[in-house]
Design a protein around this ligand. Structure first.
Ligand SMILES: C[S@@+](CC[C@H](N)C(=O)[O-])C[C@H]1O[C@@H](n2cnc3c(N)ncnc32)[C@H](O)[C@@H]1O
Length: 317
């Protein structure tokens, strides 16, 4: 299947060409459709697997409409190429992340602003939020529970938890001032009552030691020598968000887990993301600390093990 048929826009010959001719007879009406088709080919040629979607999303962005509306306009015809579309397609072909070009990332029900200096939230982290909500719902008392999110980035986890369980008390911490700025801006724009602090998660919240119900954390976990292949990740996600600080990538995650063990009350829950190959090593290391009564690995929506849920040992072990 070619990229142009995958985008459902026709292939520029046969029926597609006849449509173009018909639209042309209506007065240059194929301009946008042709531009999106060309963009799809260009992005596919640049090695972008999601080329049809990206070409359409950039069209919607430059038109200032939802993607569904852009698709409808393509079908109807009669729309000219919006100014700026070609420039955005050229940027995307240079492998600038789509989310940097549109300025937003969709995560669960939220639209988060993102750009240079902050990690783009990933779909697999939505599984972490689901598991954290399950943990919260098990322990929630009088409608209230306290959550700390270590390594907040854009705010994806902390803001989702507050949006989906408004009675939670949520505090979140980020060490990178640039990323912290994005999280604060997202918090303010979404109007969510979450404390977003600038600081080192490894020593975070001494005032909360032994008092937190749930700690969430999507730490940097890529092994230090495994530089990502995708330019969007390698060249645009901040290094501070990626690398786990050791050959197996687990140094920072384990330091974050140790801080979580200090922050959690007995019986409290840690929910932490990891790379799919790190599950067994992470579980072994957690169990070896004797801080956890149980630790279970969970798969993301693609079936890959991605999130550890660990229960802090209680007074009775
Ligand atoms: C993988 S990103 C996750 C961001 C966000 N939670 C998400 O899931 O999309 C890791 C984040 O941890 C931050 N970080 C790295 N080391 C940290 C530290 N010692 N204390 C606090 N944040 C840290 C990075 O700057 C980055 O924003």
């Amino acid at each position: 299947m070619t990229a142009s048929t995958a985008d459902g826009l026709g292939d520029g010959s046969g029926e597609g060409a006849r449509e173009s001719a018909r639209d042309g007879a209506r007065g240059g009406a194929t301009a946008l459709r042709d531009a999106v088709r060309e963009a799809t080919h260009r992005l596919a040629g640049a090695g972008i697997a999601s080329a049809p979607v990206d070409a359409l999303v950039l069209a919607a962005h430059t038109l200032g409409v939802e993607v569904g509306e852009a698709r409808r306009l393509l079908v109807l015809g009669g729309v000219q190429v919006p100014p700026g579309y070609a420039a955005l397609v050229a940027e995307r072909a240079r492998r600038v992340p789509l989310q940097h070009l549109t300025g937003e990332a969709h995560f669960r029900g939220l639209t988060l602003r993102v750009g240079p200096g902050v990690f783009i939230p990933r779909p697999e982290t939505e599984t972490l939020v689901s598991l954290a909500l399950t943990a919260v719902d098990e322990i929630i008392c009088d409608g209230a529970a306290s959550v700390v999110d270590l390594c907040v980035g854009s705010g994806a986890i902390a803001l989702s938890l507050k949006a989906e369980r408004p009675t939670l008390t949520v505090r979140a911490i980020e060490v990178d001032p640039l990323a912290h700025g994005w999280a604060v801006a997202n918090r303010d724009r979404l109007g969510l009552d979450v404390a977003v602090d600038l600081g080192d998660a490894r020593t975070a919240y001494p005032d909360l030691v032994g008092a937190v119900d749930v700690v969430t954390c999507n730490p940097p976990y890529i092994p230090d020598d495994q530089v990502p292949v995708d330019p969007e990740v390698r060249d645009h996600d901040p290094a501070l968000a990626l690398y786990g600080g050791s050959a197996d990538g687990l140094a920072l995650p384990l330091t974050m887990a140790a801080r979580a063990a200090e922050l959690l009350r007995p019986g409290g829950t840690l929910v932490m993301e990891h790379a799919d190959v790190q599950g067994p090593g992470l579980l072994r290391a957690l169990v070896a600390t004797d801080a956890w009564s149980e630790a279970v690995d969970h798969a993301d929506l693609t079936g890959r093990p991605r999130v550890v849920v660990a229960r802090r040992k209680g007074a009775t072990g």
